[in-house]
Design a protein around this ligand. Structure first.
Ligand code: NDP
Length: 482
């Protein structure tokens, strides 16, 4: 059977774009459909604008430090509209680069929503249909709101970059990556930040000591972090309240949530009254739900085409990213594996190797380093101390200290460096760094950990002095064993 294309990619995020380009470069006839802006979550409403906001938010602390270092500086006010204009100009530039790269590789771009009609047929929003030998679904994820009444009054991460003005106060609900990063960013930009996290400590799943240190730093920085607290009721200020009681079960742990579309910020511009599980009632300019993301699979025709979806709506795929339908593959957040941009990119490249280069490659999901851009940052790879203790046969090397740069400026902030070491074969099983620029450090330490370096390999490297990371090669004795 003759197909219109060798490959039709649905979704122009990091993973889809990489797969489309690399496949087209093999000579394959490739199309890519994107219903929104090219670049996807990472470029348009995630990693890139977030990191630029991190940079913007760090200046007040730098101005303060500059004074301690003898500079006569006076911080002015933060001009959000000016920053936002530059931010969006930069996103436009990056989107342009994505489009140019796709065009140069010979990929045909369809700026439309695409859905599956069957195992080899895709239909665009305008009604046009195309056949393809292979279809790759790379539609990413969408933010979720909790299933409480009036949740649509709250904003989600997509909306943050579009706000016309910075709120004076915000309640952030959640304790994961997005909640903690934005608590620090908005606090740095001068917004009065309150954060409710339902669990005992933020950043569940990460190293306990690192989580504790970040949580302390956030509190010290002035963030109103309330642990063991959730939202039970919300409505526009002055409107009749819908009392849902304080039964946290009613909030649901894995709510399916409402899909976020359009500018939900418009509704949220009215101030919002909120009641918390601890009985506190407050009014905020915005409520920001950072309560997780779910795979973007609704209405794509996947199940009708025979694709199997998991409990959270994720596309079930094998190690080669192939779904239950042999011609349909899926990569990135839509598969609910490791929800990180560089992983989606690796999965896209592995897909092309496997399907278009006759070289079956499995994307490697083991020992993936990641960084959380809180202030201070947290970089991590491998086992946490809690996981290591459960497994046993490990030594924990750890140090926490006031870095020279901060101590001089009179701050009490500490950094943390931790190595988890196998007692028998001496391999470093985990590395955790909480410090300024920990994201940069963990990328490099991650190479050694991924290579299987032992503690003694670390120790054979001469320290670079004076740095914070030299502590990674100078820790002499374990602080704990398990
Ligand atoms: P996370 O899953 O990290 O965090 C979701 C948070 O919301 C958790 O604290 C969770 O609590 C809480 N939560 C979930 N449901 C409810 C509810 N009904 N009521 C109250 N709280 C609730 O999701 P994020 O959206 O922060 O991030 C999604 C993914 O995106 C991350 O897992 C990560 O892979 C990726 N990401 C990576 C970044 C990076 O690399 N720097 C930055 C941002 C995102 P609990 O812990 O109790 O379940």
């Amino acid at each position: 059977m003759a197909f219109d294309y060798d490959l039709f990619v649905i979704g122009g995020g990091s993973g889809g774009v990489r797969a489309a380009r690399t496949a087209a470069e093999t000579g394959a006839k490739v199309a890519l459909a994107e219903e929104s802006r090219m670049g996807g979550t990472c470029v348009i409403r995630g990693c890139v604008p977030k990191k630029l906001m991190v940079f913007a938010s760090e200046f007040p602390a730098m101005f303060e430090d500059a004074r301690a270092y003898g500079w006569q500086v006076k911080a002015g006010a933060f001009d959000w509209p000016a920053f936002r204009g530059r931010l969006h100009a930069e996103l436009d530039r990056l989107e342009g680069i994505y489009r140019t790269m796709l065009g140069r590789s010979g990929v045909e771009i369809h700026d439309a929503r695409a859905v599956l009609k069957d195992a080899h047929t895709v239909e665009l929003a305008g009604g046009a249909t195309f056949t393809a030998k292979h279809v790759l679904v790379a539609t990413g994820g969408v933010p979720m709101r909790p299933g409480i009444a009036n949740a649509e009054l709250g904003i989600v991460s997509d909306d943050i970059f579009l706000m016309e003005e910075l709120p004076r106060s915000i309640l952030i609900v959640g304790g994961g990556y997005i909640a903690c990063e934005f608590a620090c960013i908005l606090n740095g930009l001068g917004v009065e930040v309150t954060q409710y996290y339902r669990g005992a400590q933020i950043l569940r799943g990460f190293d306990g000591e690192a989580r504790g240190l970040i949580s302390e730093a956030m509190l010290d920085a002035g963030i109103g972090l309330h642990l063991g607290t959730n939202i039970v009721d919300m409505c526009p200020e002055g409107a009749p309240q819908v009392d849902q009681g304080t039964n946290s079960d009613a909030l649901g742990v894995e709510q399916s949530g409402a899909e976020v579309t359009g500018d939900s910020g418009a509704a949220a511009r009215k101030r919002i009254w909120v009641k918390a599980t601890n009985g506190h009632e407050n009014v905020f300019d915005h409520v920001f739900f950072a309560t997780g993301r779910r795979p973007n699979t609704d209405g794509l025709g996947l199940e009708e085409a025979g694709v199997t979806l998991g409990r959270r709506g994720e596309i079930e795929v094998d190690a080669h990213s192939q779904s239950a339908v042999p011609s349909i593959y899926a990569i990135g957040d839509v598969t609910g594996r490791v929800e990180l941009t560089p992983v989606a990119i690796r999965e896209g490249a592995a897909f092309t190797e496997t399907v278009f280069k006759g070289n079956p490659v499995k994307a490697d999901h083991d020992l993936v380093p990641s960084a959380i851009f809180t202030q201070p940052e947290y970089g991590a790879i491998g086992m946490t101390e809690e996981e290591a203790t459960e497994r046993g046969g490990v030594e924990i090397y750890c140090t926490s200290f006031r870095p020279m740069q901060h101590a001089f400026a009179g701050h009490s902030d500490r950094v943390l460096m931790k190595l988890i070491v196998d007692r028998e074969d001496r391999r470093v099983l985990g590395c955790h760094i909480v410090a300024d620029n920990a994201g940069e450090m963990i990328q490099l330490a991650g190479i050694a950990v991924k290579m299987g370096a032992t503690k003694e390999d670390f120790d054979r490297v001469v320290a670079v002095h004076p740095t914070m990371s030299e502590e990674l090669v100078t820790m002499k004795s374990p602080v704990r064993t398990a």
